[in-house]
Design a binder for this molecule. Structure first.
Ligand SMILES: Cc1cc2nc3c(=O)[nH]c(=O)nc-3n(C[C@H](O)[C@H](O)[C@H](O)COP(=O)(O)OP(=O)(O)OC[C@H]3O[C@@H](n4cnc5c(N)ncnc54)[C@H](O)[C@@H]3O)c2cc1C
Length: 413
């Protein structure tokens, strides 16, 4: 439904909406802002690069293929792209600073700078591998290829047995086989560690038996209730004094809001996320909206949003729509998140699909894997084949209007 622009009584300093970040939240925020804002208003995306990193797939093989160019789609719908590192934000003068020098004035800004790995504050933590960004995942993959060439029975240590750690752990044998060493894949020792006394603590008790069965099936040597006290590229030191040698150590120790969020005035939660109201606006500054992994807000169901794609995609749409509504003088709308589900890849054991915050298991095995694949390889990708009008329509905050036919270039291998 078209939103009519009322005659503006308040004169805005700038009619530009700037979206900072080109991830899942930033992309849909920019498209939604473009849908709502009249043509004479500029919508600008400012991000490091005009590419979107498919972070939920970075535990998979071929990480170099998991970065996609947003330029054609941004051009198609009239969103200007400005490359750069956002380094400051002057919320009084309403200016975003890029690379410490270039200033971008805004009428409204959407902060969608996402999250980054929480590297533990331990000696040697900077030396360990991670899969948080495409560049980091490529670096780990190169090491995996090297190990595969040099060892018939490699040892891999994964620090953190939460969502990402378990998905990576269960993919590792096939990743080694992918590098041409099926024998080494079967003989590899895979050692995930976690300080918690259960695996995947944040996933709750519902799917745990299925996850534990998959880990046993994969012959993974899971070590729980153990603290890592120091790290290096090739070893892990444990709190009991034991040193574990490994061909590679990978950190999957959770995420926190990316550093840029520190520039935004107001309250933070324990993950460094900016606390916003239900319109996704910061109480401390009326022209700032926040989306995705940078935002802490109730999803309308009594639960704080998670740092996940399903939340980022919807938060982005609401933040973009509300930033544009507010700029043209139309009331904002309260953010509502569709019912929460989890899709968790279990490698050779398929996947597990849960529904609700109690995480009731609904599907397992190959059936759940098919759902996970469709989400990771189609649904979360920007719809490149859509026309301008289809794209704008897909940025609706109404879940029923976000469904799209499967388009050829939306699919990825
Ligand atoms: C290995 C891994 C597996 C995951 N698996 C899943 C999963 O299975 N399911 C799920 O739902 N979620 C998963 N996630 C989480 C999911 O990827 C995030 O929740 C999602 O990416 C958040 O989207 P976002 O747009 O908020 O942030 P991001 O995707 O992090 O995008 C942030 C954007 O902002 C840009 N940016 C950041 N700082 C600046 C700056 N200062 N200046 C300019 N640009 C900046 C970045 O370059 C990027 O373009 C996973 C994450 C990882 C790392």
């Amino acid at each position: 439904m078209a939103i009519r622009c009322p005659k503006r009584e308040r004169r805005e300093v700038s009619s530009r909406i700037v979206v900072v970040g080109g991830g899942f939240a930033g992309f849909w925020a920019a498209v939604a802002a473009r849908r709502v804002a009249p043509a004479e208003f500029d919508v600008v995306m400012a991000s490091r690069q005009a590419t979107q990193q498919m972070r939920p797939r970075l535990y998979e093989a071929n990480p170099e293929s998991l970065q996609i160019d947003l330029s054609p789609i941004l051009q198609k719908i009239g969103i200007e792209f400005v490359p750069g590192e956002a380094t400051a934000l002057d919320h009084i003068a309403r200016k975003l600073v890029l690379d410490h020098k270039k200033e971008l004035e805004y009428g409204r800004v959407v902060v969608a700078t996402g999250s980054a790995l929480r590297r533990p504050l331990l000696p040697g933590a900077d030396e360990a591998y991670s899969i948080d960004t495409v560049a980091e995942a490529i670096s780990f993959d190169k090491r995996l290829a090297e190990i595969t060439r040099n060892s018939g029975a490699p040892t891999l240590a994964v620090v953190g047995a939460g969502f990402t750690g378990v998905e990576l752990t269960l993919e590792l044998r096939d990743r080694i086989a992918h590098h041409g060493a099926p024998g080494a894949a079967e003989h590899a020792r895979i050692l995930p560690f976690d300080a918690a006394d259960v695996v995947g603590r944040e996933l709750g008790a519902g799917p745990r038996p299925v996850i534990e069965a998959a880990l046993a099936e994969a012959r993974v040597e899971l070590r729980l209730a153990v603290s890592v006290t120091a790290l290096a590229r090739d070893s892990v030191l444990l709190s009991d004094g034991q040193t574990i040698s490994a061909d590679a150590v990978v950190l999957t120790t959770g995420m926190a809001a990316a550093e840029f969020a520190r520039n935004i005035p107001g309250e933070r939660d324990r993950l460094g996320r900016i606390v916003v109201d239900r319109s996704l606006r910061t109480p401390a500054s009326a022209a700032i909206f926040v989306a995705g992994d940078a935002a802490a807000v109730d999803g309308g169901d009594g639960h704080l949003v998670l740092q996940s794609c399903q939340h980022a995609l919807q938060l982005g749409r609401f933040a973009g729509e509300n930033a544009a509504r507010d700029l043209i003088g139309v009331p904002t709308i309260p953010y509502v998140q569709p019912p929460y589900v989890t899709r968790f890849d279990l490698g050779r054991s398929g996947a597990v699909f849960t529904r609700g915050w109690e995480r009731t298991v609904e599907l397992t095995g190959a059936e759940a894997k098919a759902v996970k694949r469709r989400i990771n390889r189609e649904i979360i990708y920007p719809p490149f084949d859509a026309t301008r009008e289809e794209l704008l329509a897909l940025s609706s905050v109404e879940p029923a209007l976000q469904r799209r036919p499967t388009l050829k270039s939306q699919r990825s291998p």
